[in-house]
Design a protein around this ligand. Structure first.
Ligand code: DON
Length: 303
């Protein structure tokens, strides 16, 4: 299969589309990004890499970080995580609060914001310096020490993160947050502010396509944990658009409001796309289209 030709074809088709969606502005710092950026990067399990467009430009990974945080928490706490959150799709936007109230402070899954805040609480409890430990984890997975947080994005989200404060306070009121709200959110906003390129994200997700072993064949997760995290990506990775993503693309994956989407075929490949314009569900509009074209052209999806 000529992967480079396929990526080039997708790129030329997708960048010609006029309606590129809308850049997220509820985190004011995110709104400065040029909507015309588009990057696509593929890495096969055997190590061949293909890229097109802006795949070496760093962008704000936002909710994509939730998968890496879940992996780090799972490697520390194992199945105990499941005592504090569920693994069901919510069918609602990532920042919705009503279900959390109705369901007594147990988030539906680790990828909606309330669930990711519980995972952040677990990481804050598990490490003396959680921000440093999470950054080291991502750098180790990729072998790339240039990866870093963007403090101005973290500060911008902190100043405007009213719904996350509401979620964390609700969790605290139900006894599902062990650390102070301020400490957990300070860590969470920084985690989400991580900047990576498509190529770096692809590399960091290699363990999910390789039974828990990273690029350098070091084991980070058990096979059962990888199976489970991939299942949660498939069912919950796109919030109230998880069904649509499975229907159109057919891969486990995760989106972020920075416009990135990473998706993978176990034992086969990882692919990352970045296009900052979002659809009305908060997922990259052209990113979803590019991945639909990729699995259609290659006939390589889980289905
Ligand atoms: O907590 C938030 O709202 C952001 N830091 C992350 C949200 C996000 O990326 C949702 N994904 N599509």
């Amino acid at each position: 299969m000529n992967y480079q030709l396929i990526l080039d074809d997708i790129h030329s088709h997708v960048v010609s589309i006029k309606d590129k969606g809308t850049i997220a502005s509820y985190i004011p710092e995110l709104a400065h990004v040029d909507i015309n950026n588009f990057g696509l990067h593929l890495r096969t399990k055997d190590g061949n890499e293909y890229g097109v467009g802006d795949y070496t430009t760093p962008f704000s990974i936002q909710s994509i970080s939730k998968v890496l945080a879940l992996a780090l928490a799972a490697s520390k706490k194992g199945n105990h995580i499941l005592e504090r959150l569920d693994v069901e799709p919510s069918g609602h936007p990532f920042n919705q609060l009503a279900l959390l109230e109705i369901e007594n402070g147990i988030p539906r899954n680790p990828f909606i914001n309330s669930g990711a805040i519980v995972i952040a609480d677990i990481i804050v409890s598990a490490f003396d310096n959680p921000k440093e430990s999470f950054l080291k984890y991502v750098r180790d997975l990729t072998g790339d020490n240039t990866i870093n947080y963007n403090e101005s994005i973290a500060t911008s989200e902190k100043a405007s993160g009213f719904r996350n404060y509401a979620a964390a306070n609700l969790l605290k009121s139900f006894g599902n947050l062990n650390n102070p709200v301020e400490d957990v959110l300070d860590y969470y906003f920084t985690q989400c502010s991580l900047e990576m390129t498509c190529a770096q994200i692809t590399k960091s997700f290699h363990l999910f396509a390789n039974k828990g072993k990273c690029l350098f064949e070091k084991t980070y997760l058990k096979e059962q944990q990888v199976k489970r995290i991939n299942a949660v990506m498939l069912t919950c990775g796109f919030y109230d658009e998880a069904g649509e993503f499975a229907f159109e693309v057919g891969l486990p994956g995760k989106s972020g409001v920075g416009g990135g989407i990473v998706a993978l075929l176990p034992n086969n490949y990882v692919i990352t796309v970045w296009s900052p314009g979002l659809n009305e569900k908060g997922n990259s509009k052209l990113g979803m289209l590019a991945l639909e074209q990729f699995t259609t052209k290659t006939q390589l999806s889980i289905f």
